[in-house]
Design a protein around this ligand. Structure first.
Ligand code: PLP
Length: 396
């Protein structure tokens, strides 16, 4: 590996893939495995969106680098509706997954990347690949792992004029939790004081279990980029379509990203962009699909949360998405007697001894010595669950 780029040299295969491989080996040997490691939507893509894809399968041309104009308009209208933002199609950039857009925003922007932990597994490796400086902000279990305005202020105050991108992800992968309106407002105030760029990863926003998901862009419109896409709420992770919604004040960043995009991925696949217009425009069938998905996830999330609490674990009540972040530290002494003293050993032993595949909190930026884990409650037949969902509506 003598000719490997130094930034890539230290990176290893993701913990998610390692647990998947170990799970598959066990399954090949005939063991029942509860696959609670992989975070993929269990639901099929809604039928009107699949139909739109079929209808446009013949589209074959390269598209404009920022995305198809009607799709950009549809995404802007969606954010304008949801958050009352003053945006139109010009504010939108379409890419092959929000992950790719996050990568090129880091390539393009000059400054530190601030990551509150626990956080999604790919933010930090992307920063490493680019050679970008990471500032970790460990959040606290007693605050339900939410970043507090005080923590954000302390970080910014240490070097007030330093350019930074701060990532906020809610509903969160890995905790399943989200912020209250007051908290968003207070965080927005701090962000405005230091004029930081907020990258608001709202890929699970539509899977908010009850009530409405609110973006911090409502309180800090001039400095927030909203990251969203089809992967989670539309069950279409493999289609690869992500969206960034920029404020006008960051047009220079958006334009530079479009240049990078034009020299790298060129544009997202044409049939997928056409199908995404249907998804973002929504109709009553899609609204119903989404309503049912939320009800199913809420029921499962709450049931699991109650069970885990009863088993003596410390877990935050889920508010959105399909994850829980169980902390086994209340059982630390018992586990230590069995030689389990860190999150990776805990996950290996859980898999070997009970066939339960979880991911170690260490993969989400927490210290190895913690006994935190991520549980994805998606190991069920989404199509069958959706078929039963009308019964949930009537409370049966
Ligand atoms: N952000 C978070 C928090 C995620 O969990 C994921 C996918 O797992 C992504 C972003 C990437 O989504 P996409 O499929 O749009 O690249």
């Amino acid at each position: 590996d003598i000719n490997l780029n130094l930034n890539v040299r230290g990176l290893s295969q993701s913990a998610t893939l390692a647990i998947n491989e170990a799970s598959r080996e066990l399954m090949d040997r005939g063991r029942k495995v509860y696959r609670l490691g992989l975070g993929q939507s269990p639901f099929p893509v809604p039928e009107p969106v699949v139909q739109a894809l079929r209808d446009h399968a013949h589209e074959k041309d390269y598209l404009p680098v920022s995305g198809l104009r009607p799709l950009r308009e549809a995404v802007a209208a969606y954010h304008a509706r949801a958050e009352g933002l003053d945006v139109d199609g010009d504010n939108i950039l379409i890419g092959p997954g929000s992950k790719e857009l996050m990568f090129i925003v880091q390539l393009t922007y000059y400054g530190d990347l601030v990551i509150p932990t626990p956080s999604w597994v790919s933010y930090a490796p992307q920063a490493h690949i680019i050679g970008r400086q990471i500032r970790w902000v460990p959040t606290q279990a007693e605050n339900d792992w939410r970043l507090t305005p005080e923590e954000l202020d302390r970080l910014c105050r240490s070097d007030p004029t330093r350019p930074r991108i701060i990532i906020l992800n809610y509903p969160s992968n890995p905790t399943g939790d989200t912020y209250t309106l007051d908290e968003l407002q207070e965080l927005a105030e701090v962000a405005r004081n230091y004029r930081v760029v907020l990258l608001s990863d709202e890929i699970y926003g539509e899977l908010h279990h009850t009530g409405e998901h609110v973006s911090i862009a409502r309180y800090y419109p001039e400095g927030t980029i909203i990251s969203a896409g089809l992967s989670k709420w539309c069950g279409a992770g493999g289609w690869r379509l992500g969206t960034f919604c920029f404020p006008r004040s960051l047009r220079w960043l958006q334009d530079a990203m479009a240049v990078v995009a034009s020299e790298t991925f060129t544009s997202t696949s044409a049939p997928i962009q056409c199908a995404a217009i249907t998804a973002f425009d929504r109709n009553t069938e899609i609204d119903r699909y989404l309503d049912h998905s939320r009800r199913i996830l809420r029921l499962l999330g709450l049931t699991l949360w109650e069970r885990l609490c009863k088993a003596g674990l410390s877990v935050t009540r889920p508010a959105g998405g399909f994850y829980l972040f169980p902390d086994f530290s209340p059982l630390r002494e018992r586990l230590a007697r069995r030689g389990i003293e860190d999150s990776e050993t805990l996950c290996q032993r859980l898999l070997e001894e009970s066939g339960v595949a979880l991911l170690p909190g260490h993969a989400f930026g927490r210290p190895l010595s913690e006994l935190t884990t991520r549980l994805a409650y998606v190991d069920f037949d989404g199509e069958a669950a959706l078929a039963c969902a009308p019964a949930l509506e009537s409370g049966e």
